[in-house]
Design a protein around this ligand. Structure first.
Ligand SMILES: Nc1ncnc2c1ncn2[C@@H]1O[C@H](COP(=O)(O)OP(=O)(O)OP(=O)(O)O)[C@@H](O)[C@H]1O
Ligand SMILES: [Mg+2]
Length: 252
């Protein structure tokens, strides 16, 4: 299988006020294959978001490499950074914060298209198509982030992430704040996109039942390290580590 993402020996420390260090991520390595839905689970504070931020180039790791489609992007700046964002996008838990409150959703979605050199007419047309794909009517292009519901804003955030036709989308608790019905609709949408476009997902989530349903493979993190990895059914039914057993027992 072909890797879209290779994460190699990531380590992230943060300074504490007393001069000691927090070891948030400790020698984490894994791959995401093209078109794969990979889950990253683990208790609060285990380092999931830190790993996601390093991959999404929002944080420089203390040690380690991130390769996107075989190219080292770890400390990418300028042109290289822009190029990486044409293949990789991230959707956060709170989409309202990731849109500029002064711009309409349509402007937010179209921005990357304009940056890519599309005319404003072309960008508007593609934006309409993306909104429709994500189950939002054309009028949503003219609404501001505070004028839509959480679920609608999350759909718009997914539409924006898809605008540049990425190969990889990182979703950090992207559906956690939504009610069960909206969550199911969004997962349906993500599944369709994976099937139609072969997009890969790194899906960070607390909900083990959802991981079992939605993902092809799961990685379990504990205190900054990967402690287990496998097919969700196997990991959930036959966890090899006591920590994974406790994590599963605490949520099921
Ligand atoms: N900017 C920062 N400065 C200092 N410590 C940080 C920083 N970001 C994260 N940490 C610490 O790193 C550790 C891992 O945090 P991280 O946000 O990656 O956890 P998480 O697995 O995403 O947790 P959650 O499930 O609650 O979102 C925690 O101990 C956290 O307090
Ligand atoms: Mg987190």
């Amino acid at each position: 299988m072909d890797e879209i993402l290779q994460v190699r020996h990531l380590k992230q420390t943060f300074p504490r006020r007393d001069g000691t260090e927090i070891l948030a991520v400790d020698d984490v390595s894994f791959d995401v294959y093209k078109g794969e839905k990979l889950a990253l689970i683990g208790e609060s504070g285990s380092g999931k978001t830190t790993v996601a931020k390093i991959i999404a180039l929002l944080l420089e790791p203390t040690v380690g490499q991130v390769l996107l489609a075989g190219e080292d992007i770890t400390r990418a700046k300028g042109k290289k950074l822009k190029k990486a964002y044409t293949r990789m996008q991230m959707v956060f838990q709170n989409p309202v914060d990731s849109f500029d409150p002064r711009c309409t959703l349509g402007d937010g979605i179209g921005e990357s298209l304009i940056n890519q050199g599309k005319s404003s007419g072309q960008a508007a047309q593609i934006t309409q198509n993306l909104l429709a794909l994500c189950g939002l009517g054309a009028e949503f292009a003219h609404r501001y982030p505070h004028e839509v519901s959480g679920g609608q804003c999350q759909r718009a955030a997914i539409a924006r992430a898809l605008a540049i036709e990425p190969d990889l989308v990182i979703l950090d608790e992207a559906t956690s704040a939504l009610d069960v019905t909206v969550q199911a609709e969004i997962l349906d949408l993500l599944n369709r996109l994976q099937e139609d476009r072969g997009i890969a997902y790194l899906f960070i989530c607390h909900d083990i039942a959802l991981v079992q349903d939605f993902c092809d493979r799961v990685i379990v993190m504990h205190e900054g390290r990967i402690v287990e990895e496998g097919i969700p059914d196997d990991v959930i039914q036959r966890p090899q580590q006591a920590y994974t057993r406790r994590l599963i027992d605490s949520v099921l």
